[in-house]
Design a protein around this ligand. Structure first.
Ligand SMILES: [Fe+2]
Length: 269
């Protein structure tokens, strides 16, 4: 289960940690494995980090900022904590806080949850092994995502579609960032390079993995008058609340009089 774009901005902020906690609990009941696709805490965006990095703050101001950021990271960890040990890896996004000791909000969460921190993008695979020695595996590409969300439903997928050219053997592309939930499947066939070749389904899925922060809130106000977030002001469409669920199941597929052991993929959004 990909987890991304919580964009936690404090106890009275836009992120719905209760909803996220229910989603995680649902996954843990099924012993799910998780991948993190960035933007867990809102503080700070890429441009804000540049501003902090440019300096001009007193040392004590910097320390107070670090304390505030650490509070947010700990709040988010309290929700993610029950999933400890069930993580395949963390890729970072645009929003994360850099502490003076070199840690970031993402590297800390990865450490505390027992997950490998993978940087900006990752290629990996999941392999199933049967008792008789047969294996089935699927390759994945993970990235937080980049660029504007646009307005059309397939926008999130467009960029992933281009990534397929760069990583042709990958069958599962995951990204966050936009924040939208969506899945597009392209049907392709491949053939085994075995003495008895078998043609098999090698379809690819592109998944936009959602998010957990409300871009618009009923009766939102600021400075004592009704007004919305930057997303509402910029007339962006409402962000999704929820995450994709990907089920991988090794199955023996019959192709004519031949069969092949491969991974069946189902994506729920
Ligand atoms: Fe982002």
């Amino acid at each position: 289960m990909p987890i991304n774009d919580v964009q936690y901005d404090g106890p009275d902020g836009s992120a719905d940690l209760k909803k996220l906690a229910r989603h995680l609990a649902w996954g843990m009941e099924r012993n799910a494995l998780f991948v993190y696709l960035g933007d867990g805490v809102d503080l700070a965006s890429t441009s804000e980090r540049s501003a902090f990095g440019a300096g001009g703050f007193h040392e004590t101001t910097g320390k107070r900022l670090e304390r505030a950021a650490m509070e947010d990271v700990k709040d988010l960890y309290r929700v993610l904590g029950p999933t400890k040990g069930n993580w395949l890896g963390f890729v970072q996004g645009h929003h994360y806080f850099e502490f003076s000791d070199g840690h970031t909000s993402d590297t800390l969460l990865a450490e505390w949850l027992g997950a490998p921190f993978l940087g900006d993008s990752a290629l990996g695979y999941v392999r199933f092994k049967k008792d008789d020695g047969h294996t089935a595996s699927i390759k994945m590409f993970l990235h937080h995502g980049s660029g504007g969300a646009g307005v059309m439903p397939a926008n999130a997928i467009n960029k992933l579609y281009h990534m397929k050219v760069g990583y042709p053997a990958v069958q599962l592309f995951l990204q966050g960032h936009v924040p939208q939930l969506g899945v597009v499947k392209i049907d392709t066939l491949d053939i085994t390079d075995t003495p008895e070749p078998v043609i098999f389904d090698a379809s690819t899925r592109f998944v936009a993995c959602g998010g957990w922060s409300r871009s618009m809130q009923q009766c939102s106000n600021h400075k004592g008058r009704k007004q919305g977030s930057y997303a509402e002001k910029a007339m962006m469409r409402p962000g999704v609340m929820g995450g994709a669920v990907i089920r991988l199941k090794p199955e023996r597929e019959q192709q004519g009089n031949k069969s092949i052991y491969q991974v069946d993929v189902k994506v729920t959004i």
